[in-house]
Design a protein around this ligand. Sequence first.
Ligand SMILES: Cc1ncc(COP(=O)(O)O)c(C=O)c1O
Length: 435
Amino acid sequence: MISRTKSNALLERARNDLPGGVGSDIRLAEKPFPIFFDHARGSHMWDVDGNEYIDYMLAMGPLILGHTPAPVIEAVKQQLDRGLIYGGQHELEVQVAEKIRQHVPCAEMVRFNNTGSEAVHAALRLARGYTGRQKIVKFEGHYHGWLDSALISSGPSLGQAGPPLAPNAVLESGGQAKSVLDDVIVLPWNNLELLAATLREHGDEIAGIITEPIMCNSGDIMPRSGYLEGMRRLCTEFGVVLIFDEVITGFRYGLGGAQGLFGVVPDLAVFAKAVAAGFPLSCVAGKRTIMELIAQRRVMHAGTYNTGAVVMAAALATLKELERNDGAVYRHLWAIGEKLSNGIRALLQECRIPALVNNTGPSFYVALTDCQTFYDYRDTLKRDDATYQRLAAALADRGVRIKSNGLWFLSAAHTDLDVDVTLEALRSAISDVMG
Ligand SMILES: Cc1ncc(COP(=O)(O)O)c(C=O)c1O
């Protein structure tokens, strides 16, 4: 039996100092809770008790190159001697912006922040500033960060959620300003007719539509054929700013993000996570006519830590690595993701466990469910969470670390051997948990 004596002792200490003993609420839900880590390298992590794990959580997605990627660490080490943060302009910032412009279809201009939540905030402000309208359409089950105006209906219970075709707008936290509900319309995702009807009725009040282009946070669901294209057409017709939240998909699904993959160009897009391979960087990128509002001082955007020299050095090294050898990282991510997701699907079928393995490649999602497919958030609620979480805990005991909500992330560092070891661990965990 695996020992986590030191982790448990640290948890006791931490609970005194840190609410819940953790630094981010998302970690409260992880199973088994909690593990304290000591170090990490490539696709592997080691906890304070010396247990080793293959990591498919990847810090919730940023670690596209795995833990401690050598070229990024080297670039950061070199920058450390030259200054951490200048609070002034420097060339690295321009170089990173140029690379983002080169690869991301919508990116005519770029502004940086540190976290995805901040960059979403900037995008919503730009949409409102540009259109002079107030309302934002967001979709049930999409997570756009923890700030008040975005943290709405990201994971409501069925009891709170209301009618499927006219969902309630649900605040997700105590202490949120209730007034944000006046400025949001929540819709189910993947339903173009409903979106069109909403725009026909409220188009002149709607500043922007924000969407994850792949619904990563709830089920890793792909858009239905024509859905994003239809959304694009409607936004153009009604003068609404289309915002893609590419915090997960950006630089994970290719250098052009999901917009490059689908060939649908939003007006604004938000990037974070993979863009700096684990260093805290985010950005809003988009059409010059909208972004220029910042230069004209009609929309305010700021941040003490924006474009720190170390973080920009990390981003530049990351982007160079992602470009290398004509996108070799992406060829690997798709191949290894396909191998693992297909392996899991085959194993679950062999064990006669009703399950859905959704999507493939750089991320995918596993749910214990009778559903053949998921189209929107409500579908994802038809899953057996309790058993999945027991499976996640049993996998951790066998040296495989997964997110307990079903999402799996791959990195450039994962190997065929990792996949083989993972599938063996899953076979053993299934027999332990599900008999
Ligand atoms: C799609 C999406 N948008 C925004 C955010 C918020 O980013 P951050 O946690 O960096 O504030 C997240 C975080 O997971 C996310 O998945």
